[in-house]
Design a protein around this ligand. Structure first.
Ligand SMILES: Cc1ncc(COP(=O)(O)O)c(C=O)c1O
Length: 459
């Protein structure tokens, strides 16, 4: 046999064994700790090794158990950050996408895959009330935000030919770090990012925005874009979209929505997202609140021409000779990527396997779990809710103990995992619900674990 070839029989055995490992792993998830008991020394001892000259064959699967033991499992009791749950049908879709190994640069290089991606992007747009928006899938919300702001820059302060000129970007002080990163990468200069004050609900204050734009204009600077956070990473606050859209229109500037965390909740609670369709571009993360395996993000945009203006620059060797609108379509004309995975297959399979109602129900349950926890916090004398809960992030604290120490103990106990946030200068324990596996009992455990950790500190 030639190098790297595997017989049909051996490959089939390997695939069956891998499928068994996957199925056993999924059924073991509930019994796994919320965070692995491991250390850097341990993971290095287990996995840091030279690349051997001789192959190990099917024995490579034997190590899956050890790897699984030292990764963070997607159990229903992991409430940190904005961590999706890796829906298994989507994972099978990812495997099959790798089997097909399509390069979704364009219809020409991946005919069915390119069509499927355009269809699922249309489903996502329609599901969040933005039918007619086009877009593409990408690796993460950070990339989607970068692409949205690149479109803003190229539409209003074209830079692709002569280089970037400063333009001012406005967001709330609660905006995700990927916004500052995008502003710097686009050469706009981080000093041209205005992180503006929020109201008592952590929403961007429109009076502060109007004042900041007016001041910048008076001082000779060029306002470029407003970034609305729809689901801030700390508290899930939703910036006032209709007002921001009105200001963007009046000022002739771009409105980008960072909806990486929150926008997909529009599937279950559309009333919270009024004004979303007025945006010029919207990022959303299917690997967060649509439960898909990482990676699966999406940038939606209203004007395909704006995407082409920002991203189209073809070398002669990829020039498309076909005139048919479907067959001449190229994602590389509308995104920063050239070689692209067939990310759409997992969505195509997972969304159709379960159907739209099931996703709506899972998101509704996440929203209810957040309210359940908020009520439990409010009714516990030792705990204090630190922020409103418009979506599914809950920030709270123990009134009398060191909350940072509580968090460390909660994580060490291993039953639930929480992360942290700073709310009005105070250290907050934070639980976020974007996991279809979470049960009501899992939610109840949060308070039990926090109080137990606080008691241990006292002991
Ligand atoms: C509001 C918000 N924007 C952007 C991002 C970045 O998304 P990603 O981690 O997929 O790059 C996150 C991640 O949590 C987020 O919560």
């Amino acid at each position: 046999m030639r190098a790297l070839e595997i017989s049909d029989r051996d490959l089939s055995k390997l695939a069956i064994e891998a499928a068994k490992l996957a199925a056993n792993y999924w059924s073991s998830l509930d019994g796994r700790p919320a965070y692995p008991a491991t250390s850097g020394t341990q993971t290095s001892r287990l996995f840091d090794r030279p690349w051997a000259r001789a192959g190990r064959g099917p024995a490579i699967l034997d190590e899956f158990a050890a790897i699984a033991e030292h990764v963070r499992p997607c159990t229903g009791r992991f409430f940190g950050y904005v961590a999706g749950s890796g829906e298994p049908v989507g994972a099978i879709g990812d495997l099959l996408a790798s089997v097909l190994n399509q390069n979704c640069t364009s219809w020409r290089s991946a005919p069915a895959a390119a069509t499927i991606e355009r269809v699922v992007v249309g489903w996502l747009a329609e599901a969040v009330g933005c039918a007619g928006f086009a877009g593409s899938l990408c690796g993460g919300g950070s990339t989607a935000n970068l692409m949205g702001l690149a479109m803003a820059r190229e539409s209003l302060l074209p830079a692709n030919d002569d280089g970037a000129r400063p333009g001012v970007v406005y967001a709330s002080e609660q905006a995700h770090m990927s916004i500052a990163k995008a502003v710097s990468l686009l050469g706009l200069g981080r000093n041209n990012l205005r992180l503006l004050p929020v109201d008592e609900d952590f929403r961007l204050r429109t009076d502060a925005l109007r004042d900041a734009i007016a001041l910048d204009r008076r001082q000779g600077r060029t306002p470029l874009a407003i970034v609305a956070s729809v689901g801030t990473v700390a508290t899930g606050a939703i910036d006032p979209l209709p007002h921001l859209a009105e200001i963007a229109r009046a000022e002739g500037i771009w409105l980008h929505v960072d909806g990486a965390f929150g926008v997909l909740a529009a599937l279950a609670a559309p009333e919270k997202f009024e004004g979303l369709s007025l945006a010029d571009s919207i990022s959303l993360d299917a690997h967060k609140w649509l439960y898909q395996p990482i990676d699966c993000s999406c940038l939606l945009h209203r004007e395909r021409t704006a995407a082409r203006k920002a991203f189209s620059y073809s070398g002669d060797y990829v020039r498309i000779l076909n005139q048919d609108p479907e067959e001449s379509f190229a994602f590389f004309d509308e995104s920063i990527e050239l070689t692209r995975r067939f990310r759409a297959l997992k969505l195509w399979m997972s969304l159709q396997y379960h159907g739209r109602d099931a996703f709506r129900e899972a998101i509704t349950r996440d929203l209810q779990h957040a309210q359940l926890l908020a009520r439990a916090v409010q009714s516990h004398p030792a705990l204090e809710l630190l922020a409103p809960v418009p979506l599914s992030a809950v920030c709270f604290r123990h009134r009398a103990r060191d909350n940072e120490a509580i968090l460390r103990r909660v994580i060490a106990r291993g039953r639930v995992y929480l992360s942290n946030a700073t709310i009005n200068g105070r250290f907050a324990l934070r639980a976020c619900f974007v996991n279809h596996r979470t049960t009501r009992e899992d939610v109840d455990e949060i308070i039990v674990e926090v109080i137990a950790a606080a008691d241990e500190l006292n002991a």
